[in-house]
Design a protein around this ligand. Structure first.
Ligand code: FES
Ligand SMILES: [Fe+2]
Length: 418
């Protein structure tokens, strides 16, 4: 249980709030690069700020204030040039840093005024990596973008899946440090969703959470397992501050504002042994729906089930009314560490896990139970021995609504029938 004040601190993300400023110290994935293929300009809202994401004709990405620095027209209706984005109202042109580099009429009538009258729009750096776009909205100096090791893997099919979730980011992230929910939400509930009442899944018997630079590793023992099992010896990663890493996919919960979260997921599937070299020419990005036609939340896919938990807790979960139990060890730990971090950063410390060394940032390894199958691959005939990978071959179980063209591209990569 938390006080209302502490809950407010954890959940408010706008500029000038403690958590908003803290989260701004990290690079956040804000979608897939391929989202800008059809239209190079996209209106976005991040951490309570209305912005425009674009790719200019020169191929550079930018993230700029939604409103033009001239007289506040909406730049999502602007157009891109060789460098930067131009406002559709009077043609002012802004570069990636937010510098106004052209004011067409002013430049004509007052050419010598050019340098004197420049002004600056709010703008943030954007980087592309592994098909994802990352933005940094925090103070200078900009930290390195951490390249997680899976982004460097070869011979795999990658896809990016995004959804808009109508609730606060932190209850989504708490789910990343909550192993017991797997047993109930993704296993036992599935038994019921499939019209059966048994058998229930193996019970969790023991949990530990260990902190490292980039988050927590959680380890568990379930009925039928021992402490020699990789789920205990290696574990899974709650990625600090708002991600989750499960071996061949990442999930992030990026705050749109206090009441909305952008779920951004990145998936990797290595092609079967013998199909190398496989080079993916474009990483597809698709939007996963979260409601069905009748307005109910979709429950058929794993992450959709998680979303039902998140939105079910309310738009902003009221943590003054909860009763934490033994399964919530990781959640209590994450909250405690966040409060400690807010204090430390207020005193001038670096935010946890900030990477300043470009050599380190190039490839950061995370604990991974199934690394071998993702890097070395397995032959198609071996897939039945790997139930999770085999299920993945048969269909996309994580998010609802995978478009048929993505399934086809995946099947072509794997050498299977769509
Ligand atoms: S409002 Fe954008 S150029 Fe005038
Ligand atoms: Fe889950």
């Amino acid at each position: 249980m938390l006080t209302a004040e502490k809950n407010r601190v954890l959940t408010e993300v706008g500029p000038g709030t403690p958590m908003g400023d803290y989260l701004r110290r990290y690079w956040h994935p804000i979608g897939g690069a391929s989202e800008l293929d059809a239209n190079p300009i996209k209106a976005v809202r991040l951490l309570g700020e209305d912005l425009v994401l674009y790719k200019d004709l020169g191929g550079a990405y930018g993230l700029i204030d939604r409103n033009c620095p001239h007289r506040r027209a909406d730049l999502s209706y602007g157009f891109v040039e060789e460098t930067g984005i131009r406002c559709n109202y009077h043609g002012w042109l802004m570069d990636q840093r937010g510098n106004v580099i052209e004011k067409p009429y002013d430049d004509t009538v007052n050419p010598r005024g050019k340098e004197r009258e420049r002004c600056l729009a709010k703008a943030y750096p954007v980087k592309e990596c592994a098909g994802l776009l990352f933005a940094y909205m925090g103070p200078q100096p900009v930290p390195e973008l951490p390249i997680w090791e899976p982004f460097t893997w070869e011979n795999g099919f990658r896809e990016v899946v995004v959804s808009d979730i109508p609730c606060n980011w932190f209850q989504c992230q708490e789910n990343s440090c909550d192993p017991v929910h797997f047993e109930w939400m993704h296993e036992n509930w599935n038994v019921r969703l499939n019209g059966k009442t048994a058998p229930y899944a193996a019970k969790h018997l023991k949990l530990v959470f260990e902190e490292f630079d980039h988050g927590f590793v959680y380890k568990r023992v379930r009925e039928g397992q021992t402490e020699g099992d990789p789920v205990w010896t290696i574990g899974r990663v709650t990625l600090w501050p708002n991600g989750f890493y499960l071996g061949n996919h990442f999930e992030w919960r990026v705050p749109i504002d206090d009441e909305h979260t952008l779920s951004v997921c990145w998936f990797f599937m290595r092609v079967p042994k013998g199909r190398e070299p496989y080079v993916q020419d474009k990483v597809p990005t698709w939007v996963s729906p979260i409601k069905d036609e009748s307005g109910r939340w979709i429950s058929s896919h794993v992450i959709n089930q998680d979303i039902i938990a998140w939105v079910g807790q309310g738009v902003i979960a009221d943590r003054t009314k909860e009763n934490l139990g033994a399964s919530d060890l990781g959640i209590a730990m994450m909250r405690k560490r966040l409060f400690e971090e807010l204090d430390a950063v207020a005193k001038g410390a670096e935010a946890k896990g900030t990477v300043r060394n470009s050599n380190v940032a190039k490839c950061i390894e995370l604990p991974n139970i199934t690394k071998k199958t993702s890097t070395e691959g397995i032959a198609l005939e071996e897939f039945p021995n790997y139930p999770l990978l085999n299920a993945r071959l048969k269909g996309f179980r994580h998010c609802a609504g995978q478009p048929p063209e993505v399934r086809k591209a995946f099947a072509d990569a794997m050498g299977i029938q769509p």
